[in-house]
Design a protein around this ligand. Structure first.
Ligand code: HEC
Length: 297
């Protein structure tokens, strides 16, 4: 009887240790522009990149943190030779909780992205992120950036630093279906640009976008608010929903109020225009896409 219990406890203990030891050391999936999957084991990631020790500043807490990490650009260069991975709009980072930020390609080209998998001091692979209030598990992988302040290349946007990363997907085009068919100085158009940077990773519009917090347009969630209330909610979510878990719109950003108003105008546009039901299926020409990429940069 005791023997059995002892055995069970030992098994759980060993299992627990193995889980802990392998945390952060899982295979990583990569999808190319056509959606074809490649998988690299942790051992192969290390073989290709070598172990890099990086010192970064956590954008949520502004504190210095040291990680063991993988050089992501080296991995992309080996997976997709001749830098062919760079020929697209951006890279979608997929995480365990279905937060799906889309990071523009030029950032991966010009800045230094690393994938952290362990702390240098051997402490648990956790940190404060997003709202600073909660200690979160960063594993299996945490996307971090070595920043060059002299060249003003800091990557301070919080969606550049997703944790619990499980895969990367190369994206040829921006989410073209959601581009408003309006002139480029319209509120809707500016709203679209801001929406892609601030909302797209958590929400879907007609099924397009990140999955962590689901649809907001086709199920009428935006419709139930007046423009004013919607703007208030985006700027300060807890003032509308007391225990809101939504991140507030970045506080230190230029033209904050205008950006929020433009997003509201764009959400109204989306309410009226289901991209899947558009009468004229507008095709964007390559040149138009290029122009858009430049603008979004
Ligand atoms: C980090 C994830 C995240 C981001 C980024 C985000 N949201 Fe949300 N959003 C949430 C969560 C979580 C909820 C659920 C309701 C809550 O907690 O307030 C939500 C709910 C909503 C709702 C529904 C509110 C209701 O009454 O149920 C709307 C509308 C919305 N978000 C719009 C936006 C817009 C517009 C942006 C971009 C400016 C945005 N969200 C960015 C996480 C996010």
């Amino acid at each position: 009887m005791f023997k059995k219990l002892f055995l069970t406890i030992t098994i759980f203990f060993v299992l627990g240790l193995t889980i802990q030891a392998t945390q952060g050391k899982v295979p990583l999936k990569f999808y190319d522009f056509e959606g074809k999957e490649k998988v690299l084991s942790f051992e192969n990631l290390i073989k290709i990149s070598g172990v890099k020790e990086v010192t970064v500043m956590n954008p949520a807490t502004l504190s210095i943190e040291n990680y063991k990490a993988i050089n992501l650009r080296t991995i992309f260069n080996v997976l997709y030779p001749n830098k062919s991975w760079q020929k697209g709009f951006g890279i979608k980072v997929l995480t365990k909780d279905k937060y799906e930020p889309l990071v523009e390609m030029y950032k991966f080209k010009e800045r230094e992205p690393f994938l952290a998998y362990e702390r240098v001091d051997g402490k648990p692979f956790k940190s404060y992120a997003k709202d600073k209030k909660k200690l979160v598990n960063l594993g299996p992988y945490y996307l971090v950036w070595i920043e060059d302040y002299k060249n003003k290349n800091a990557a301070r946007r919080r969606h550049h630093w997703p944790y619990q990363v499980v895969s990367f997907s190369l994206e040829k085009n921006p989410p073209v279906k959601l581009i408003p068919n309006k002139d480029k100085n319209s509120s809707e158009y500016w709203g679209y640009k801001n929406y892609i940077k601030q909302c797209f990773m958590c929400h879907q519009a007609y099924g397009i976008g990140g999955e962590s917090n689901g649809e907001i347009i086709s199920n009428g969630l935006t419709k139930k608010y007046s423009d004013k209330k919607l703007a208030l909610y985006i700027g300060n979510p807890t003032s509308v929903i007391k225990d809101s878990k939504m991140a507030e719109f970045p506080l230190r950003i230029d033209l904050r109020i205008k950006r929020i108003k433009d997003i509201v105008a764009y959400l109204r546009y989306l309410e009226k225009n289901n991209p899947h039901k558009a009468k004229t299926k507008r095709k964007y020409k390559a040149q138009e896409i290029d122009e858009l990429l430049e603008e979004l940069n």
